[in-house]
Design a protein around this ligand. Structure first.
Ligand SMILES: [Zn+2]
Length: 282
């Protein structure tokens, strides 16, 4: 188990930790001192051999007393991904083995919660069975932000067709507003910018709170530099405004922050520092 929020268990479901772009390609807003700052405050996110960004791909499994919820479903197997070869037609057992290690099988998942509909967050929504994409989690409601669905369904690509549409056709998808709640302990909050309908997930129990950022941020360096956008943020101006407001909220309310792509162990707390924030770890 990764951590506990009151009586709620949070488990890491790790699929991979791989290199993805050089820091200046990853963060186009990085200035000439940026790389030195990365080496100083976020060295674990730099591959020692290549100097490229090291990015975990993971979901978080949440066990409340009543529900088992998977937040984000990583890349998946057999998926078509022309733009990034390591994600293309994978055949890897680590994600499902990680679920097993958390004491959960696919049929035990009550909800799959997608922070957004990018290929590294929805892949295991489906799996290939006899040449057809079928929901991996047969008993789950799949919660997806409706404005992300509107965006990605307007010009559907491989990711939508392989990992989202089959769930809708199986009548297991629920397209929800960005302030949706699941039970007494889980709430979506709108964090648009990385994608139009991106949401983060607040977990609360017995006065303890955590938040799963999704892709509001990709590195702890963005605590110090909230204005550094990720190269694939859909609306960079909005992403930067959302990121600063999100970090402010996390700080003010002293929530534990869990970040999908933050270097392992991928969770910690913040405090304010100068005109931004400092990552304290856990
Ligand atoms: Zn991502």
């Amino acid at each position: 188990m990764l951590t506990r929020i009151g009586d709620i268990e949070v488990w890491r479901i790790l699929e991979s930790v791989d290199t993805f772009l050089t820091p200046p390609d990853f963060f186009p807003d990085m200035d000439e001192d940026g790389l030195a700052l990365m080496r100083k405050v976020a060295p674990k996110q730099l591959c020692p051999e290549t100097g490229m960004m090291l990015i975990p791909i993971q979901g978080f499994l949440i066990k409340t007393l009543t529900h088992t919820v998977l937040v984000d479903a990583c890349i998946g197997n057999d998926k078509t991904c022309e733009f990034h070869e390591p994600w293309h037609k994978r055949s890897d057992g680590r994600f499902l083995a990680s679920l097993t290690a958390a004491g959960v099988g696919p049929a035990d998942i009550d909800y799959v919660l997608c922070t957004h509909l990018h290929p590294d967050h929805v892949g295991w929504n489906t799996r290939l069975e006899d040449g057809r994409w079928v929901p991996t989690f047969p008993n789950a409601h799949y919660i997806m932000p409706s404005s992300d669905h509107a965006h990605f369904s307007s010009d559907p690509g491989d990711c939508y067709n392989e990992s989202v549409l089959p769930v809708i056709q199986a009548k297991q998808a629920e397209l929800v507003s960005s302030d949706h709640k699941i039970g007494d302990h889980l709430s979506l909050i709108p964090t648009p910018g990385h994608t139009p309908g991106h949401v983060s997930i607040v977990i609360a129990d017995k006065g303890n709170e955590a938040v799963i950022s999704g892709d509001v941020m990709h590195s702890t360096i963005q605590c110090l530099k909230p204005e550094w956008n990720f190269v694939y943020d859909h609306d960079p101006d909005l992403a930067a405004v959302t990121r600063r407001a999100f970090l402010e909220m996390v700080c003010e309310t002293d929530k534990l922050l869990l970040g999908s792509h933050l270097p392992l162990p991928s969770f910690g707390r913040l405090r304010t520092a100068a005109d931004a924030f400092k990552w304290l770890g856990h």
